[in-house]
Design a binder for this molecule. Sequence first.
Ligand SMILES: [Zn+2]
Length: 59
Amino acid sequence: MASTHELNDEQVELAQMEAVGLFGIRPYWKDGHNTGIYGLSLLRAICPCEECAALRAAQ
Ligand SMILES: [Zn+2]
């Protein structure tokens, strides 16, 4: 049985990204919603890649 919390394909597929000022991006999802601006510093803070982890450790 499928979980009610599961997102469908349209909800997780990015349609496009828009730069917001110098410090953020706004994702447009295929299901039509585009609420939420993500600051680049936030994305850096939650990014799991080694580069960002090293940056966080250095701070
Ligand atoms: Zn990263």
